[in-house]
Design a protein around this ligand. Structure first.
Ligand SMILES: [Zn+2]
Ligand SMILES: [Zn+2]
Length: 144
């Protein structure tokens, strides 16, 4: 499956050097940790809003380096340590969708623990609807 539009969009994003946004998103993450500690939920909402805009601008490979994503990934793998398709040890955390959830992914809802094999199968079966919304194919659950 080769999607020319997706590839050229990712290439364009590379030229924007989105790794430079990493420090900013990490700073927003730390501010959010403080805001959560202080139970300042208005500030948490505001920081989530800003963090999500940044996250959507970043290349996935850069976003994955963020403190936020490392925390989400570890929490998801701790919560569900077995692949949700085949029950082998999970190695990757997969996004059920990207838009509207980045920087505030819910464990087990927006994220899925998978082994490398099932993750690859999952991506081969993903349908891209209107260039943005990503849905998973139900038939995948029969694989393995
Ligand atoms: Zn698996
Ligand atoms: Zn994935």
């Amino acid at each position: 499956m080769f999607n020319y539009n997706t590839v050229s969009f990712e290439d364009s994003k590379k030229k924007l050097h989105t790794y430079k946004l990493l420090e900013i998103i990490n700073s927003i993450y730390r501010q959010r940790q403080m805001a959560i500690f202080n139970q300042d939920w208005n500030l948490v909402d505001e920081l989530n809003f800003h963090g999500q805009i940044l996250a959507e601008m970043m290349l996935q490979e850069d976003y994955r380096k963020s403190l936020h994503w490392q925390e989400r990934r570890n929490s998801q793998l701790t919560r569900t340590s077995e692949c949700e398709f085949c029950s082998r040890p999970a190695e990757v955390v997969h996004h059920n969708k990207y838009f509207g959830v980045l920087f505030m992914e819910r464990l087990g809802i927006d994220l899925k623990s998978l082994c490398h094999n099932c993750h690859q199968t999952q991506h081969e079966c993903i349908n891209v609807i209107s260039g943005k919304e990503i849905i998973q194919t139900e038939s995948l659950k029969k694989v393995n």
